[in-house]
Design a protein. Structure first.
Lengths: 274, 274
């Protein structure tokens, strides 16, 4: 690279790429002055333009943080129109009666393993829980993992996975027995002792909630680590039972019923689309 | 939004954001003419600038595809310098002797559940397998899932997760027994019948390979779907046994040995850093 090579519009393209690649990571102005061999005042002006275009196009928020640990970061902020579109698309796809699996389940794997959808769901959870202090995203294996890692990426925090089996590769673990709220059966979940620091704030993310037994188990397990659960987000919650085993949770989609004539009644939760 | 509101540098910021948000997705020029209320020729000029800045800064490739299904797409292309840095950082972190777990394992969960690292690993696999036709990424639960969904995101294809247990939510499944190459014990893995279309091309991604028994099981399972395995990528492979149960695989990091005096000998594979 030669000196003074980049024009303003080139620098802006580069800044947008770097910021959006790692949401919620704070980059110093020096990072960009070195990248483009440009003056700090020039980069500051570039960032003002980046801010404006992201806001005008509703592509997210670029925030400047002043002070010694200061810099600039990109906060994904999926807008209400796009939130509603993503959730409506998912519901539309899930209404196909060929998805009904005996036992009152519907087949969702193609949705929750589709990177396009899970990335958007991660951004939706990121927006909903943006104001909470969060040190970890926590999920129970397996189906919630893609949503959970995408939420972790949006919020720039690590993921912790509780296992339903005690694996040698986890080292020493902390375990808890929990009651599956829908079947009443007792299972055990395990988290590696070194995975969660004492006093941490944890956001639980999962793909599906029926009675909330899994979420309750995860909450109880976190008390063993003296960690605080600051929120619970699930992609789909069933309407029944109305009373879940946890009180505070946010669901994006409500599965109302699967009728006897094989209609799947499912819709986005209105309150998350505003 | 009002007409003619956006300047060139603002459009460039917006185009970069949209393209990089969904790697390998083809956007038509009309997408951007509508977004910015600008002429096609204007957007074409913008894209030439976007192309140049991405290439000059080694941030990836922006490719224009002509014809009826044409448009423009962003192909992540992590460069060799960054590849080496990411893999060296991971190895440096993993060399800490407190990570040794009895049984010859090392604790890796904090690395492979860290969104920053798994996103980069996904881009490295994306670069390595860029020329292959790929319809699905396939992994066996659990620890490879974050790497696998990030690779799926880079390549813009869906993920398929094989389960080590037969779950009701998967519907009808196809199963296979496989021999764990390191322990010699027999396990079963399951993939939902509806997850993989006949004749598909599949890329297997996992976090760790010792003898290759899991990869061999996944390959055998895909023959049951008449699917072709076009590649196998693992983050870490042990040096021993040198002869794995699969022939063609790419590993990013080699775990040579854990010595009796608790040194972990691990390093990036040189051939993936060039």
């Amino acid at each position: 690279m030669t000196l003074g090579k980049f024009k303003r519009n080139e620098r802006i393209g580069g800044i947008v790429k770097v910021l959006c690649d790692t949401p919620n990571k704070i980059y110093t102005l020096n990072h960009f002055t070195a990248m483009f061999n440009a003056a700090k005042s020039t980069i500051s002006e570039d960032i003002v333009i980046v801010k404006r275009v992201m806001e005008d196009l509703e592509l997210g928020i670029v925030e400047t943080i002043s002070g010694a640990a200061g810099g600039v970061r990109y906060i994904p902020k999926i807008n209400s129109r796009e939130t509603e579109k993503v959730l409506s698309d998912i519901c539309e796809t899930l209404r196909d009666e060929s998805r009904i699996i005996s036992g009152g389940f519907i087949y969702t794997a193609d949705i929750i393993y589709n990177p396009h959808y899970v990335k958007k769901i991660g951004e939706i959870f990121g927006r909903i829980f943006a104001d909470k202090p969060i040190d970890y995203i926590l999920t129970l294996e397996t189906k919630g993992i893609p949503l959970a890692i995408m939420t972790a990426n949006t919020l720039n925090v690590p993921l912790v996975i509780a296992r339903d089996d005690n694996r040698v590769t986890e080292g020493s673990t902390v375990s808890i027995n929990y009651v599956s709220g829908s079947t009443g059966s007792i299972s055990t979940m395990y988290v590696s002792k070194r995975a969660v620091k004492t006093g941490s704030n944890v956001l639980i993310i999962d793909d599906f909630m029926r009675a909330g037994g899994t979420a309750k188990g995860l909450v109880d397990l976190m008390t063993e680590f003296d960690a605080n659960v600051v929120g619970i987000g699930v992609m789909i919650a069933t309407k029944e039972p109305e009373k879940k085993m946890v009180d505070d949770y946010v669901s994006l989609i409500s599965l109302e019923a699967i009728t006897r004539d094989k209609r799947i009644i499912i819709h986005p939760k209105e309150d998350v689309c505003v």
